[in-house]
Design a protein around this ligand. Structure first.
Ligand code: ADP
Ligand code: MG
Length: 345
């Protein structure tokens, strides 16, 4: 349905979208998950034909968005991060206006608008000015304009941002309903939101694709993850070489040890629940770099998500990061909900 190949978008020297490749299949709800600035909106703006790309390819139902934008755009309904609402119109006037823009045949407009207002539950506010509506209702009007013309694909950029908890539940229900008839892509920076609504999650960070899988598989894969902190005496390069050559290590940071002169502290995230201590002991012994300290602990899904999307964690290795990671090892069953509540304030 949507094929994205090696998509890159640069703003000057800044790479906002970095060589993204993935496919969206028909009939599923896709979640774009990533922290602020990850490149979610930029990617969505490219897919929907709002902005161009620096390089790469996007095909919507076989139509190239850059070469055949008219046909490609016809397949998509889009709710951008800033909904393009006209505050001095009523929802009904606004939807009539959008229906014209989308060139929906005159004879079909009325029934379609009625049906969509009904589906998005904005019927009771259809004659009030949009500027007087709550954020929740405005967001519904935004979703309604995306649905006009019944495009096969509906793209929603952070549809729950700024809503109160009740409105969030309502919008999520609406998205699930839409997902029964349309292919949906939504973006969010909240892990629990994406895993609650989506069939498939694409995690991006710094414009790069980090993971793409079902929430169940991601949870299975990530939840059992272990982390290892160790202090090793030796050359940084040699230590990095040992760590980089271990396929079981998903990511690591390395920094000069504060406590042990000449040594380095490393924080590793392992794939699954592998226990690498023995292997690390042997590997470092072989290159005569003594391990001064080593400790292992479990990680929650939220911890791993934060770690995966941590800016350039594998390269930077500054001490600040090491500190945050030490505090990340906690009991975390309730953490997801907590984070979400914070987001909703
Ligand atoms: P997200 O939606 O995931 O929060 P964005 O796609 O909005 O992320 O932004 C990705 C990166 O691109 C950010 O670092 C942002 O500052 C940068 N960016 C986005 N739009 C522009 C622009 N028009 N000019 C320059 N930089 C931009
Ligand atoms: Mg955004």
């Amino acid at each position: 349905m949507i094929e994205i190949k090696n998509l890159t978008k640069k703003y000057g020297d800044h790479v906002a979208v970095d060589n993204l490749t993935f496919t969206v299949k028909k009939g599923q709800i896709y979640g774009f998950l990533g922290p602020n600035g990850a490149g979610k909106s930029t990617t969505m703006n490219i897919i929907t034909g709002y902005i161009g790309a620096t390089s790469g390819q996007v095909k919507i139902n076989g139509y190239d968005i850059f070469e055949e934008p008219e046909q490609a755009k016809k397949c998509i309904g889009y709710l951008p991060e800033q909904p393009p609402l006209y505050m001095d119109m009523t929802p009904y006037e606004y939807l009539k206006f959008v229906a014209e823009l989308k060139k929906i045949p005159k004879g079909q407009r009325r029934d379609m608008i009625e049906e969509i207002m009904d589906r998005t539950k904005i019927y009771e506010v259809k004659d009030r000015l949009i500027k007087n509506l709550s954020k929740g209702y405005r967001q519904r009007v935004g979703v309604a304009q995306a649905l006009l013309g019944y495009p096969e694909i509906i793209i929603l950029d952070e549809p729950t941002v700024g809503l109160d908890p009740k409105q969030i539940i309502d919008i999520r229900d609406l998205i699930r309903e839409i997902g029964e008839k349309h292919t949906v892509i939504l973006s969010s920076h909240i892990l629990s939101e994406v895993s609650a609504i989506c069939d498939h999650v694409v995690i991006i960070s710094n414009g790069k694709l980090i993971a793409s899988d079902s929430p169940a598989n991601l949870t299975k894969e990530l939840q059992g993850s272990t982390s290892v902190s160790l202090t090793v005496l030796g050359q940084k390069k040699a230590i990095q070489q040992v760590l980089s050559s271990r396929s079981q290590i998903r990511q690591y940071t390395i920094s000069e040890s504060k406590e042990e002169p000449g040594a380095y502290d490393a924080e590793l995230t392992c794939i699954g629940s592998a226990d690498l201590r023995e292997e690390l002991f042997t590997a470092f012994a072989k290159i005569k770099c003594p391990i001064l300290k080593m400790q292992t602990s479990g990680m929650s899904l939220e911890d791993v998500f934060l770690e995966l999307t941590d800016e350039g964690a594998a390269e930077k290795g500054n001490t600040e990061e090491t500190n945050t990671k030490e505090t990340a090892i906690k009991e975390t069953d309730t953490k997801e909900t907590n984070t979400e509540e914070k987001e909703e304030e």
